[in-house]
Write a protein that binds this ligand. Structure first.
Ligand code: NAP
Length: 299
């Protein structure tokens, strides 16, 4: 039985999996729970998952990562608490499963970054032609393959906010919609933050974005954006901007991972990732039927 936590306020994954097992009448056969994140131990919008597991026949719980949220933490201790404590195995204590632990850290990096640093995980996406230029040919807004476009749109789908520059808005009038893959249903509006110190955002573009369900925010100060997005509850923000803003973001160190997609005339596009810690980009790149060649060891 598998389950995921889809949105704030909805059942957490372990509670949903147990619910489904009960619905299907197989709850008595459930003995082991594998969870990416420590089960929560507090009453928030949903009841504590530690209690849901204690109220079930589950005897062993494998935990991918401790909860970075101090309010929700304590689930491991509660699960172990006697009487009838459960066996809890933490991946961080299993050297043979270090890569799986790293995958859990990568998966949860956006959430953990907001909880610990009060700002989102920030991914820069940069596309270059064979000569390293980011500027598309006259009359075009892209030069990468369909496969690369799908990767870019999977990243958009995963993100809660897009950071861009006024140069890109004026040159491309980007829509920033998720078109090359199917978007999540009924998701909350994404934010688009435009770095624009002279208030040049065209009204027509702003209206188009609002009409497409986005919230548009203009920022005069790039350094304030991460904290502001954290205040809006953004877990994962991506940067889609031109060379001027990317140079500033790099200079200020305002990124967590950096995806570069290089177009090639001779073969498929290639992508590379730089990251300071386990990066969720591994899941974006691994999806789909034709993942791009990438140096996985780097992230
Ligand atoms: N290949 C790709 O991945 C990709 C992606 C997006 C866009 N592009 C291309 O890039 C081109 C546009 O690039 P660009 O470099 O001119 O524009 P840009 O990087 O999108 O935006 C530059 C603007 O960002 C603002 N800015 C810079 N530093 C800032 C700071 N510290 N705080 C607040 N605002 C700041 C400045 O606004 P002010 O002028 O108001 O100071 C600056 O004009 C287009 O041709 C587009 O097609 C390529």
């Amino acid at each position: 039985m598998t389950a995921a936590h889809h949105r704030t306020g909805a059942r957490h994954a372990e509670a949903l999996a147990l619910y489904r097992a009960r619905e299907l009448g197989v709850i008595d056969r459930v003995a082991t729970a594998l969870v990416t994140l420590e089960p929560c131990n507090h009453v928030g919008r949903t009841p504590p998952c530690s209690e849901a597991l204690r109220d079930s026949p589950v005897s062993t719980v494998w935990v991918g990562m401790r909860d970075p949220n101090p309010v929700a933490g304590g689930g491991i201790a509660r699960l172990r608490q006697m009487p009838e404590g459960r066996d809890v195995i933490l991946l961080e204590e299993c050297p043979a499963l270090a890569e799986t632990h790293r995958a859990c850290q990568a998966l949860l990096a956006p959430f953990a970054t907001r909880i610990i640093r009060q700002r989102p995980w920030i991914t820069v996406k940069q596309a270059c032609d064979g000569k390293g230029s980011m500027i598309p040919p006259e009359g075009k807004t892209t030069f990468t393959s369909q496969n690369s476009l799908e990767i870019a749109h999977r990243l958009r789908r995963a993100s809660d906010a897009i950071i861009t520059g006024i140069g890109t808005v004026l040159a491309d009038r980007p829509r920033f919609t998720v078109r090359h893959v199917v978007d999540h249903e009924d998701r909350a509006p994404r934010l688009v933050v435009v770095c624009d110190r002279q208030n040049r955002v065209p009204d027509s573009w702003r209206e188009m974005m609002i009409g497409s369900g986005y919230r548009v925010i203009v920022s005069h100060d790039l350094t304030e954006i991460p904290g502001m997005l954290g205040d809006h509850g953004v877990n994962w923000a991506m940067v889609e901007a031109g060379p001027v803003l990317l140079a500033e973001i790099d200079r200020l160190g305002l990124w967590d991972d950096w995806l570069t997609i290089r177009a090639s005339h001779e073969g498929p596009d290639r992508c590379s990732v730089r990251a300071h810690s386990p990066s969720p980009l591994r899941f974006i790149l691994a999806e789909g039927i034709n993942p791009l060649p990438a140096d996985k060891a780097a992230f």
